[in-house]
Design a protein around this ligand. Structure first.
Ligand SMILES: [Cu+2]
Length: 145
């Protein structure tokens, strides 16, 4: 009968705390529910919002504006809005990113800017001759945060 004692102890252990718990919760109706405040998951997190940066390709050809700002470490959505009557691209070799927008199109591309990237990076159109005609600009990558 060596097993009798452990089994008995187990039954007591299960039954004892349960009874005390019930007694302690006697007045639970007076307390506000702990979930009254909105949980963090319910509100939009900043990470979910991707910042948009728009640049237009305009007759000339050229970019408007010809400088854009992004932060190191952020993911940004670059929108190339082609307001010209011919195809244009938006290229940044260092990111890297290449966007092609046909005449009249707006093309969004999400780019993750590497946290170590800083400084000035040229952007340009790689379609024949456009860069030489002035279709270029500067991407300014600032310190994160
Ligand atoms: Cu172009």
């Amino acid at each position: 009968m060596k097993w009798a004692l452990p089994v008995l102890a187990l039954i007591v252990a299960l039954a004892g705390p349960a009874c005390e718990d019930e007694g302690a919760r006697g007045g639970f109706g007076q307390q506000p529910p702990p979930s009254a405040t909105p949980s963090p998951a319910a509100s939009a997190s900043p990470e979910a919002e991707i910042r948009e940066v728009e640049v237009a390709a305009i007759p000339g050809p050229a970019y408007s504006p010809d400088s854009l700002r992004v932060r190191a470490g952020e993911t940004v959505r670059i929108l190339l809005r082609n307001e010209d009557d011919q195809d244009h691209t938006f290229v940044v070799d260092e990111l890297p990113v290449l966007i092609l927008a046909s005449a009249g199109q707006t093309v969004p591309v999400e780019v993750a800017v590497h946290p170590d990237r800083r400084g000035r990076m040229p952007f340009y159109c790689q379609i024949d001759g456009h860069r030489g005609q002035g279709m270029e600009g500067t991407l300014l990558v600032s310190r994160s945060g």
